[in-house]
Ligand binder design. Structure first.
Ligand SMILES: O=C1O[C@H](COP(=O)(O)O)[C@@H](O)[C@H](O)[C@H]1O
Length: 494
């Protein structure tokens, strides 16, 4: 018989043995773990990018990592305007020496004025919410295979139809920096594939992409594309349908002017809060006099406005046909806006339309390409008019300029409406705005407004304004212009 003492001794030894074994096993495992290859560091930005890009339906794209791109250089070849003390109506030297690079602010493409419904043709605006939309731009669903919004980078849009008025540009930039430019588009940078979801394209601003001297600047822009997570917003943008426009109709032009002024003030405040500046493009024709509601408003920070013209007639700045002159008469002569913040055409180039359009494009590049790294400038607000024939800006029905996909500024030599020579922002530029607003009043617009809003398939130029998601289009009209429209009206509230 084994005594109880022996049994106790055996039990104690067994327990101690188990503990010793467990201790040794844990230590060995730990040592093994520390000598194996460490995991790569977590890269939140890469994960964010991977996640976003993986939600996109198409994957035939490529990208370069920030390390593969050349070191960004300061912008040197694009000149800037100097301050001018001359009258608002006299010609300013438009492109003078380079100034120190202005403070660069990263692209923040947010839009708190976006409405809920994603389809222009089928959906009607939801008037139950704020008439200026919600602050969440992410509610529009991603269509699986729908057509891309017009004006998006060429690789996502249908092939161009050719344009005899197209200006000649160098075909591509230097490719000496292990950078490949696709045959399909001189604006596309290709890099080494990085992973199954990392094959994104870098689309350069067209004016930069087309110029050898802008090579370095273009790559700098591309660099920010890869670094800035919000640029992915722009990629995602290509896969959303544009939102349906919001139609505000007012009893008379005075209430229209007041509401328009409030709307502009709100857009200005949001832009300045985010980026410290407000970029606006203004049309001519009847529009400037609709801006009188802005005069004397203490909430406007004129020194932070950067004003461009949606289109300009090729005439001296003090000519009665000049859109700039109309804006000065109705607004700028009555408010404290610095003259250098108003970007006029260079009247030294009135005899050379191509040069004139190029020089205006350079002004845009200077304002936008350094700060907003996108292929097209993203205006905070574009104010548009519409002619009785449905034209807007200097984009006329049936004109080949409606097919333009690359340029920021184009020219027209034979406008159906006098004067014949004009320059104009192109459709892709207008359709990249954060907000665009048409202003139309009077019974002479009644038929065309009905066609544009109720029959967009008729294809009038004004119907082609459909800012890409999450941008948004508003119509500020009076009741006489909207008398025949069946498109849903939204009560105005900020
Ligand atoms: O010629 C032009 O016409 C349109 C529309 O003008 P409107 O007088 O009918 O409002 C205008 O938006 C554009 O800027 C102008 O150059």
């Amino acid at each position: 018989m084994v005594s109880t003492a022996v049994i106790i001794i055996i039990a104690v030894c067994g327990v101690v043995g188990v503990f010793l074994f467990a201790f040794v096993a844990v230590r060995s495992l730990k040592r093994l773990a520390t000598t194996s290859n460490p995991l790569p560091p977590v890269q939140p930005l890469a994960h964010h990018r991977e996640h976003l890009v993986s939600t996109l339906p198409r994957s035939q794209t490529w990208y370069m990592t920030a390390q593969q791109l050349p070191v960004p250089q300061p912008l040197s070849s694009i000149s800037t305007k100097s301050s001018s003390t001359t009258s608002l109506l006299t010609s300013k030297p438009s492109l003078i020496e380079a100034s120190p690079a202005s403070t660069s602010s990263p692209l923040r493409y947010e839009n708190s004025l976006t409405p809920p419904s994603p389809s222009f043709h089928t959906a009607q605006p939801d008037s139950s919410t704020s008439s200026l939309g919600s602050s969440d731009p992410g509610h529009a669903p991603i269509p699986e295979d729908g057509p891309p919004p017009s004006g998006l980078p060429r690789t996502w849009s249908s092939a161009g139809t050719g344009n005899s008025a197209r200006r000649k540009r160098p075909l591509s930039m230097s490719s000496s920096r292990s950078t490949v430019y696709s045959k399909a588009s001189r604006n596309t940078l290709r890099g080494t594939p990085h992973g199954p979801h990392s094959r994104i394209e870098i689309i350069l601003p067209t004016p930069l992409a087309g110029r050898q001297e802008a090579d370095i600047e273009a790559v700098e822009v591309a660099d920010r594309w890869t670094d800035n997570p919000s640029s992915l917003h722009l990629i995602a943008m290509a896969h959303h349908s544009p939102a349906p426009p919001t139609l505000f109709s007012f009893q008379d032009t005075d209430s229209l002017k007041d509401a328009l002024a409030q709307f502009i003030v709100k857009a200005q405040r949001e832009a300045i809060d985010k980026k410290g500046r407000f970029t606006i493009a203004i049309s001519g024709g009847s529009l400037p006099k609709m801006l009188s509601g802005l005069i004397g408003l203490p909430t406007i920070r004129w020194s932070q406005w950067q004003v461009f013209y949606v289109d300009e007639r090729v005439v001296p700045l003090d000519h009665p046909d000049s859109n700039h002159r109309a804006c000065v008469e109705h607004l700028f002569s009555k408010v404290p806006i610095p003259s250098e913040n108003i970007h006029t055409i260079d009247t030294n180039l009135l005899d050379d339309l191509e040069e004139l359009a190029d020089s205006y494009e350079k002004q845009l590049i200077q304002e936008f390409a350094q700060k907003d790294a996108a292929r097209f400038p993203v205006f905070d607000l574009i104010l548009l008019g519409m002619g009785p024939d449905g034209h807007t800006a200097s984009l006329f029905p049936g004109h080949e300029l409606l097919q333009e996909e690359d340029r920021w500024v184009a020219y027209i030599e034979s406008s159906p409406k006098p004067p014949p020579k004009r320059i104009t922002l192109t459709l892709p530029v207008i359709n990249h705005a954060a907000r665009a607003a048409f202003v139309a009043s009077g019974k002479e617009k009644v038929d065309v407004l009905k066609t544009v809003l109720d029959e967009p398939e008729a294809g009038l130029p004004a119907s082609k304004i459909r800012p890409a998601w999450p941008g948004h289009l508003y119509w500020f009209v009076d009741d006489s212009a909207s008398a025949k429209v069946t498109y849903a009206k939204t009560p105005f509230k900020l």
